[in-house]
Design a protein around this ligand. Structure first.
Ligand SMILES: NC(=O)c1ccc[n+]([C@@H]2O[C@H](COP(=O)([O-])OP(=O)(O)OC[C@H]3O[C@@H](n4cnc5c(N)ncnc54)[C@H](O)[C@@H]3O)[C@@H](O)[C@H]2O)c1
Length: 381
């Protein structure tokens, strides 16, 4: 039987917009799915960005420079929106009000207030599926850790550490872009560091002393002069997580300047019965340590099979990568649009509530930086 086609519009045709186009173009990679995204309309304020889609994505029927015109197209059912953070609230709200399903990019609003405005729009349109992009938990190694969490394999949790590190901003000759200006971005990569704990633990982070650091203060402005780098480079959050029956420390770090790292996403969990760790730096490897009284405390390091949430044509021994994780995330989003709660596997895309949680944590980080004090987070529940 033919796949059910979901007609997509893309708003923001930059780096991430193109990644979606590439994932949609290799849909044949997936086995046993009965849904498929088709990008029929695109919008970018910069005509040359939209032009790339006209040249490379044959399904595109219309291009726009004003997103409201795209939203007025009744044949578009769903939107991927990947624009600078200061535009999230306005554009996401308009998408949701137009009744289109939305996969929005992180951090889902430039700050907590913007995030709350998006949440209000979602509450008024419960029939619309809204999810936040987070591809790394779809790596098979991460999925294995999620499974162990769900099976309560760890015993009493001793400590959790998760992070997202890269280092391209160590290059002080790299011209400034919107990602280093406070008007267009406050935090963002921080979402990826939160995503594993949001997805795997769904527990409460209570108290957080934070260290925020600025390392590169100035860079070329692209016009022969220099410009201040206004955003924080690195954030290290020492959180205390309290659940119904235990308390444990959780270290979250998000670094734009971590020498030697390029998009490293990792999670480590230590428990009294079992410990495990996974990093995208070694995408095939997963390490685990089952603890048995009187037995050596030895790590088992093995090549995790290429077995993802949605089946693929790839052999189990082949390496999994970033493009594969994006494809899996897109499958989960399309699955939810078509099958709602009957989604085919257990792992859905990150929710707006999880994005709101990351805003709570990182707003507390900014407050802690200002006051120098540990902040207790009020989850309002
Ligand atoms: N999930 C991930 O792994 C990941 C990675 C990088 C970026 N992101 C997120 O994706 C989003 C976009 O980042 P990017 O790296 O693709 O940025 P980008 O700068 O490459 O692309 C953004 C695009 O938005 C366009 N744009 C700006 N204003 C617009 C408007 N009013 N209407 C329509 N288009 C407009 C720009 O012209 C540009 O082409 C951000 O939220 C960012 O945090 C996510």
């Amino acid at each position: 039987m033919a796949n059910q086609i979901i007609r997509f519009g893309v708003i923001g045709c930059g780096l991430m917009g193109k990644e979606f186009a590439s994932a949609a173009a290799r849909w044949c990679h997936l086995t046993d799915v009965d849904f498929e995204p088709r990008i029929v309309a695109v919008c970018d304020a910069n005509p040359s960005a939209a032009e790339w889609f006209q040249q490379h994505v044959p399904s595109v029927e219309r291009t726009y420079s004003e997103y409201k015109e795209l939203l007025a197209d009744p044949s578009v059912e769903a939107i991927y929106c990947a624009v600078p953070h200061n535009l999230h609230a306005q554009i996401y709200v308009d998408i949701i009000r137009a009744g289109k399903h939305l996969l929005g990019e992180k951090p889902f609003g430039i700050d907590q207030d913007a995030n709350a405005v998006i949440q209000q729009a979602i509450d008024k349109m419960p029939q619309v599926i809204v999810r936040c992009s987070s591809e790394f938990p779809f790596f098979p190694g991460a999925q294995q850790i999620v499974q162990w969490v769900n099976e309560n394999r760890f015993g009493k949790i001793i400590e959790v550490e998760a992070g997202f590190w890269h280092s391209s901003d160590l290059d002080s000759t790299k011209p400034i872009n919107w990602k280093r200006r406070i008007a267009t971005k406050i935090h963002g990569r921080s979402w990826h560091a939160c995503a594993p704990f949001a997805s795997a633990f769904r527990q409460e982070t209570k108290k957080c002393p934070f260290a925020l650091t600025k390392i590169v203060n100035e860079c070329p402005d692209g016009r022969g002069g220099t410009a201040p780098c206004e955003t924080w480079d690195n954030a290290v959050l020492a959180c205390e997580v309290e659940t119904a029956d235990q308390k444990f420390p959780m270290l979250l770090s998000t670094k734009r300047i971590a020498p030697g790292h390029a998009n490293t996403w990792f999670i480590r969990i230590q428990g009294t019965d079992f410990s495990a760790e996974f990093s995208t730096k070694y995408p095939k490897q997963i390490a685990s340590l089952p603890y048995e009284l009187g037995r050596p405390q030895a790590w088992h390091v093995w090549d995790v099979p290429n077995k993802s949430a949605y089946g693929t044509i790839t052999g189990g021994i082949f390496e999994f990568g970033f493009s594969d994780s994006i494809l899996q995330m897109w499958a989960a989003f399309c699955d939810e649009i078509v099958n709602r709660s009957g989604i085919r596997q257990f792992f859905h895309c990150a929710t707006p509530e999880e994005a709101a949680g990351s805003h709570l944590v990182f707003t507390a980080a900014l407050a802690s930086e200002r006051t120098g004090e540990t902040v207790t987070i009020d989850w309002g529940i």
